[in-house]
Design a protein around this ligand. Structure first.
Ligand SMILES: Cc1cc2nc3c(=O)[nH]c(=O)nc-3n(C[C@H](O)[C@H](O)[C@H](O)COP(=O)(O)OP(=O)(O)OC[C@H]3O[C@@H](n4cnc5c(N)ncnc54)[C@H](O)[C@@H]3O)c2cc1C
Length: 618
């Protein structure tokens, strides 16, 4: 049962049947990634995840990362899978082979990433950060920085980090106070305290590299005066060997709700005045440099959240098949009726189907965004590339915030399916819920994502990017209307997308009016609504792909014959599950979204304008 962290059949469906990954191999960048190769990559990732990484998940949660004599130790069981991860060259999956990458489509890397993260999300943060740091250096580093650092990060020999947050500068990075003083020789002395820094120290690698946000003495206040610096735990000699200690000290690690084995560190840079760094990218453009990576990082968080929701759902559905409790509702008057597995109870089936549609819809949403990312790299004409980039940019805040919050709800629902056992540590779902919660907080808290969607993405190119997204939905709606069985769902998704378009206009106007604060108080429910409509579209799309395939297997059979085929033929059951998923999401979940959208239009000004004293609590 533990092997079912990700539903391989559903991954294959989305990758090969819905997103048609093989089509990407038409482009020279991805020419080596035909169906067979993609299939092999997913199988390899799955094997590593199930055999090497998953067995460390519960132990890592129990042991946690430890600070001993100023050094962080990860759980001992992490060392073997880390070595295997590096040897398998899984860190730089999507990067150019010339810089040590595998050159994979982002879409394919997402499938591999879903397995890794679902197996042990705390573990995966270590190699993921090697990649994030390497990618910044690859994109904006000098030739010398690339030569000294890149291959060691992409191979996992050195660890990576992202060093932004300070106690007084979380969402508002403009408030940061870490300083950089020029030494007159091209280097800077870095000094400051950072907090919540993941993997700032550990014993998986011989060195750790820090892209650090700091302010050069005399630089303007706020975000315009922030620069990015490259700092190494040990100074790096010109030949690439490691030199003296660089005065970077982890002073504490956080005791957290989840991801216990991922070290979340308080770090002191230059407490002895001996921390030397070099500029990474241009002076005062540090945030831009760091945020170059944000689309990718937030895509990763979307997949991370999805993977935890996916594991929680699969554990829950299997538990519901095994746990015997209560009688079939239709036989409840019969004292001699046998007890049945809880999957027979309508309320449990409701919970399971809700989880299934959320997880599968989020998988499609994530992979679609990954595919758009790929297309923005390979599409032949510039206009198309720009169109795909626009789709990525509008979808990224939605999928980061929507998937993290919805996946957490899925994990909580999984605990409910387990009953009291779900609340206990002997079963895996409570850990998944604890591990999942952070995805809504880091990489830009979800409220900030909603503000980004409203303030920056909706109005981009006079709303053209948003219209392009609606046009994509329109294509699927048109295809679905061709099928009599799907047409009623298509009409409902069409109505929802039209309502979303009206709501977007309303939000834009309100944000430009004297009720601007009210508009921003509704930014998050707006994001949630947009996520729901995207998911409804994804389910309609799934149904469009699945319906003819299901019908081909059923061969026109009806009644008990039809039922028997679905019960016995796994492919028929899978495709039928897609139609039922679309039915449930469009008829049972989407109406709630329609109501929420009404609520946003008629929203009261109270949240925005009520006097602070009225909140009470003092
Ligand atoms: C486990 C963990 C790992 C982390 N890893 C890293 C890391 O590797 N590197 C790193 O640099 N940081 C890391 N962080 C920090 C993380 O990115 C921050 O916690 C996050 O950015 C939020 O900052 P904050 O905690 O100071 O909350 P605050 O900024 O104080 O926000 C609190 C709440 O207020 C809201 N809020 C704040 N400002 C606004 C605004 N202007 N408008 C509307 N709402 C607002 C937020 O949405 C949030 O709900 C990590 C944090 C944790 C817990």
């Amino acid at each position: 049962m533990a092997q079912l962290i990700v539903d391989r059949r559903d991954v294959d469906f989305v990758i090969f049947e819905q997103m048609d990954i093989a089509n990407l191999s038409r482009y020279s960048r991805y020419k080596d990634f035909n169906k067979k190769t993609c299939d092999m990559v997913i199988t390899e990732a799955r094997n590593l995840a199930i055999k090497e990484i998953l067995p460390t998940n519960a132990e890592g949660d129990k042991t946690g990362a430890k600070l001993e004599n100023g050094r962080v130790k990860v759980p001992e069981c992490f060392h073997k899978p880390y070595k295997a991860f590096c040897e398998g060259e899984w860190i730089a999956m999507t990067d150019d082979p010339e810089v040590g990458g595998q050159g994979m489509p982002v879409l394919l890397a997402q499938a591999a990433g879903e397995y890794f993260s679902g197996a042990n999300t705390a573990f995966v943060m270590y190699p993921m950060l090697c990649h994030g740091t390497g990618k910044i250096i690859e994109t904006i580093g000098t030739q010398e920085q690339k030569e000294l650092y890149l291959s060691k990060l992409y191979s996992g020999q050195w660890g990576g980090t992202m060093v932004l947050t300070e106690p007084q500068a979380g969402s508002d990075l403009g408030a940061l106070t870490t300083t950089a003083k020029s030494n007159g020789d091209g280097t800077y002395s870095i000094s400051g305290q950072k907090t919540f820094i993941t993997a700032a120290d550990h014993d998986l690698t011989e060195n750790i590299v820090y892209p650090v946000l700091a302010r050069i003495e005399g630089a303007p206040a706020g975000t315009r005066g922030i620069s990015l610096f490259l700092v190494s735990k040990y100074r790096v000699n010109p030949d690439g060997s490691l030199g003296q200690d660089n005065d970077v000290q982890v002073t504490a690690i956080e005791e957290k709700m989840g991801i216990h084995a991922s070290a979340t560190c308080q770090v002191s840079f230059g407490s002895k005045g001996q921390c030397i760094g070099t500029l990474l990218g241009p002076e005062n453009k540090g945030l831009k440099g760091m945020f170059l990576m944000m689309n990718e990082e937030r895509l990763n968080v979307g997949v991370q959240a999805l993977s935890l929701g996916s594991a929680a759902y699969l554990y829950a559905v299997n538990y519901a098949r095994e746990r015997v409790q209560g009688k079939n509702l239709l036989e409840f008057m019969d004292a001699n009726a046998p007890s049945v597995p809880i999957i027979n109870h309508p309320d449990v089936r409701r919970m399971l189907l809700w989880m299934k549609t959320l997880v599968e819809g989020m998988r499609s949403m994530n992979y679609f965004t990954g595919r758009c990312f790929d297309m923005h790299l390979v599409a032949e004409d510039e206009e198309e590339r720009a169109r795909y980039l626009g789709l990525v940019e509008i979808l990224v805040p939605i999928l980061k915030a929507y998937c993290s919050d919805r996946a957490f709800e899925v994990c909580v629902q999984a605990m409910q399916v387990y009953g009291g056992y779900g609340y206990c540590q002997d079963y895996p779902v409570e850990q998944l819920a604890r591990d999942c919660k952070i995805t809504g907080i880091y990489e830009g808290a979800n409220g900030i994502q909603a503000m980004d969607l409203l303030a920056r993405q909706l109005g981009k190119q006079n709303g053209q990017v948003f219209m392009n997204l609606l046009a994509e939905m329109g294509k699927t709606i048109g295809q679905a209307k061709e099928y009599e069985e799907l047409a009623p769902y298509a009409v409902k998704v069409e109505t929802a997308s039209a309502k979303l378009a009206e709501l977007a206009m309303h939000m834009g106007k309100t944000a430009m009016s004297e009720r601007v604060l009210t508009a921003f108080s509704a930014a998050y429910p707006f994001l949630l609504s947009m996520g729901d409509v995207v998911l409804a579209w994804m389910h309609l799309w799934r149904a469009v792909v699945a319906l003819p395939k299901r019908n081909a297997i059923l061969g026109g059979k009806t009644g008990t014959e039809r039922g028997a085929i679905i019960a016995q033929n796994r492919e028929a059951a899978f495709y039928e599950g897609q139609i039922k998923g679309c039915d449930f999401f469009v008829l049972s979940v989407l109406p709630e979204t329609m109501g929420r959208m009404d609520g946003i239009v008629s929203t009261s000004d109270a949240a925005a304008t009520m006097d602070e004293a009225c909140f009470g609590g003092k």
